[in-house]
Write a protein that binds this ligand. Structure first.
Ligand SMILES: C[S@@+](CC[C@H](N)C(=O)[O-])C[C@H]1O[C@@H](n2cnc3c(N)ncnc32)[C@H](O)[C@@H]1O
Length: 277
């Protein structure tokens, strides 16, 4: 369960500012499997409102989608009702560290922007990540693929223009993202071998909403990004004042452009694809 974000609340507006960014990378990774798309069985681990599942449904055979939060699952199941009725997708509430599936059940597992919600720390060796990877290894078939969508710490610090406004929260959330090198080492330890690592420079988690200069003034927009759940009332008041001042003196859009420059070099997210040995 996310200890810092209220996903029952977030679920109500999540789809207004989030898109399945980089789904073409997932499709490219799946294409490497030794099985036709229409026969593939996929697990969407931490499916949220089902945006990635929705994008994959027209390609793959069947999707099992789990999330710990019932608000997110309800939105997803309602949105994809016709596919649920056709038996193409099945939703259930579950923690990804203890899945309700038999061993070697899936051709692929996708896990998009979930790992930073695990209760974990560098000091304790990211033990929750390890539990999750062991569980995903158990449910994947040999030669199946695990596709992880996460962020490098550099991407968190520099890949989002509005993060310059909330540095304290960004440092806190940064610590929740396991650095990529140890993450890949842990995956190796858990029985996965590295297949590939991708960054799509133009894939933005929030789609067009990312460029909304006045976004930080709106609760629904803020709810589309976990970092804002870590911003204090005082910090938020400071941000609102700063945005309003820049808006009034005509410097807001140049502020956005300036602080968006690093994203064009490093992207916002990294996909790590590993094969289950
Ligand atoms: C940022 S959202 C991502 C949702 C979706 N994967 C997407 O990319 O649109 C994170 C999701 O992870 C879920 N989550 C967090 N910890 C979880 C856990 N231990 N088991 C299952 N789901 C979890 C949250 O409830 C939330 O829906």
């Amino acid at each position: 369960m996310s200890k810092f974000e209220n996903y029952n609340e977030t679920s109500k507006s999540y789809d207004k500012t989030r898109i399945p960014a980089g789904v073409e990378i997932i499709l490219g990774c799946l294409a490497k499997l030794d099985r036709p798309f229409e026969q593939m069985k996929i697990l969407d681990a931490g499916c949220g409102t089902g945006n990635y599942s929705e994008a994959l449904l027209k390609h793959v055979g069947h999707i099992e989608a789990v999330d710990i939060n019932t608000g997110m699952i309800d939105v997803a199941a309602n949105k994809l009702k016709s596919f649920v009725e056709q038996g193409k997708i099945h939703f259930q509430q579950s923690n990804i560290n203890e899945l309700p599936f038999a061993d070697q059940n899936f051709d692929a597992v996708i896990i998009n922007q979930v790992l930073h919600h695990l209760e974990d720390q560098a000091a304790t060796g990211y033990s929750s990540h390890r539990l999750v990877f062991q569980e995903l290894h158990r449910v994947l078939r040999p030669n199946g693929i695990l596709i992880i969508n996460t962020c490098s710490q550099e991407q968190v610090r520099n890949g989002y223009w509005f993060y310059q406004l909330i540095p304290e929260a960004v440092e806190m959330i940064c610590k929740r993202y396991m650095p990529l090198e140890p993450l890949i080492e842990m995956l190796d330890d858990c029985g996965f071998s590295l297949n590939s690592r991708f960054v799509a420079l133009d894939a933005m988690c929030r789609g067009a909403a990312y460029f909304d200069c006045r976004g930080p003034l709106k609760k629904e927009w803020r709810n589309g990004d976990s970092s804002f759940a870590l911003v204090t009332v005082e910090q938020l008041q400071r941000v609102e004042k700063e945005i309003r001042q820049m808006d009034a003196n005509g410097t807001l859009s140049s502020y956005v452009q300036k602080h968006d420059q690093p994203r064009k070099q490093m992207g916002q997210t990294t996909f790590v694809a590993v094969i289950r040995t």
